[in-house]
Write a protein that binds this ligand. Structure first.
Ligand SMILES: [Zn+2]
Length: 257
């Protein structure tokens, strides 16, 4: 696919209502499963937990530990947080070395430009006393949740994802001596690459979100192609090819010092 234009995710979340809501709203089933599996990976003895890229604090609100706080670069989410939060870049956390038992970073790394992921993970590792716990979409095909701007032709991921991860890639971002716990959460359906290319680049039918904007020209309203018969038809063919949900949707990895 065409490489997506970099999307400033903090700006995306500040300009759309995605983070402008209570963290206590009920979670979608898939999200509830991911949150449950993430919380299960917190070491029992951890007293202090920092959630880096906490958004409005959906995960934060559900962590039951004595000292829980979060940080994010976006401003809108932070005002909804039910736990102590501060605004900062994850590249420069205003905290001492090994000052937090567990540093959590859930659904954040995929939003970073590729060259910033290494420095970001080094910063998470620096601040962690015991563990860094990371969750990311697992082997996401970025084309699946992308849209093409009708004004400028830019293909961009609706939620600002800029890269996808597997366990090997994530493992390589942390020191070789780290202990690793690897888990997966939720099963999704694979979308055949050939059908995806047919639907998008050939037929011009793209996934839709009301809460996004083109990172190049700023356009923010797009046609919902998901209502089109042809969009559904291609999806139906894919469902015949892949009747079962077999893809591990989220990768959760804990790196221990
Ligand atoms: Zn555009």
């Amino acid at each position: 696919m065409t490489a997506p234009t970099p999307h400033d995710s903090a700006a995306l979340f500040d300009r759309t209502p995605v983070h402008d809501r209570s963290p206590l709203e009920p979670l979608r089933e898939s999200e509830a499963v991911r949150v449950r599996e993430t919380l299960a990976l917190l070491p029992p003895e951890a007293q202090t937990v920092l959630d880096v890229g906490c958004g409005q604090g959906k995960l934060l609100a559900r962590i039951e530990r004595p000292h829980v706080f979060g940080t994010d670069l976006g401003r809108v989410g932070l005002k909804h947080a039910t736990r102590p939060v501060f605004r900062s870049s994850m590249l420069h956390l205003p905290l001492g070395d090994a000052s937090i038992d567990v540093v959590l970073c859930a659904e954040v790394l995929e939003h970073l430009p590729p060259d910033l992921v290494g420095p970001a993970c080094r910063e998470l590792w620096r601040v962690a006393r015991r563990s860094v716990l990371v969750t990311v979409p697992h082997r996401e095909n970025l084309l699946e949740a992308s849209h093409r701007c009708p004004d400028c032709g830019t293909v961009f991921h609706l939620h600002g994802h800029q890269q996808s991860f597997d366990a090997t890639k994530l493992r390589g971002l942390f020191p070789a001596e780290a202990g690793v716990v690897e888990r997966y959460a939720w099963k999704s359906r694979v979308y055949a690459e050939s059908l995806l290319r047919l639907r998008t680049h050939r037929l011009g039918l793209w996934k839709y979100s009301p809460h996004t904007f083109c990172p190049r020209c700023g356009r923010s309203t797009f046609e919902n192609h998901e209502r089109r018969v042809l969009y559904r038809l291609v999806g139906g063919v894919n469902q015949l090819l892949h009747p079962r949900r077999t893809h591990d949707n989220w990768l959760l990895m804990r790196f221990d010092k």
